[in-house]
Ligand binder design. Structure first.
Ligand SMILES: [Mg+2]
Length: 240
């Protein structure tokens, strides 16, 4: 089928990931440890490693790179054993992530060549969408800040109201919104979870190396692996 829509992961695919999310996750952890100082003996390093942040390295399969914030909240809730219930704790963690993102607007940047690629695809008539594991507030804020929000026909996030990637729910929402079939859509992302999401949805999957995963990790799940979204054009895909 002819490609008519392109769905993108956000962080590590369109926006710079490492600098920003390292600083954001470190900031959230510092704030949490101040908030829950005497509950149990848990170090910042242990909280960060639990979500896949090892020093300056972010694990492609870890919760920070691949999962919604809620999964990070669950992990930290178990570790910190706070006196509040999970709903309140999750609300607080999401709030801290959003706050940290908004405190670092200078770190929100599109990867090189991304904006012109998006404009080009838009001008050619492709429907463009976002499917991110990030929360609603942080997603809208960062796309706005990066100056690309108006290029998207659909913005899908994981804020506890829709099943996150790799389940196909965000693809179904994009297709419904833009009147497309999944087979007419290509998913571009930087993680194995993004590639599985494309496959689970019946769409095409293209991996990019601007995020956390290596060529080897993505290649077995992707139709194609590119250095960056900036190299992408739908003619690169074999007609199916
Ligand atoms: Mg990503």
């Amino acid at each position: 089928m002819e490609i008519k829509g392109v769905l993108f992961d956000k962080d590590g695919t369109l926006l710079e990931f490492h600098q920003m999310w390292l600083k954001v996750s470190q900031g959230v952890v510092a704030a949490l440890l101040t908030r829950y100082p005497t509950q149990v003996e848990v170090t910042a390093t242990a909280l960060l490693e639990a979500i896949g942040v090892y020093g300056e390295r972010v694990d492609n399969y870890g919760l920070l790179a691949s999962n919604p914030v809620e999964d990070t909240s669950k992990k930290w809730f178990d570790m910190l054993a706070p006196q509040c219930d999970f709903v309140a704790f999750n609300h607080e963690v999401k709030g801290l992530f959003n706050q940290q993102v908004e405190q670092m607007p200078e770190l929100i940047q599109t990867l090189p060549g991304i904006k012109s690629t998006l404009i080009n695809l838009k001008q050619k008539g492709f429907k463009l969408g976002i499917a991110t594991a990030d929360t609603k507030d942080a997603t809208l804020y960062s796309l706005e800040q990066a100056g690309i929000i108006e290029l998207f026909d659909f913005i899908g996030y994981s804020d506890g109201d829709i099943e996150p990637k790799p389940a196909p729910a965000l693809m179904e929402a994009f297709c419904q919104h833009c009147d497309l079939h999944a087979a007419e859509v290509v998913m571009l992302g930087d993680t194995v979870s993004d590639m599985k999401f494309g496959i689970n949805s019946g769409a095409r999957s293209v991996g990019v190396l601007t995020g956390t995963a290596s060529q080897e990790e993505l290649a077995s799940h992707a139709e194609l692996v590119l250095d960056s979204v900036a190299e992408f054009t739908p003619c690169l895909l074999k007609s199916a």
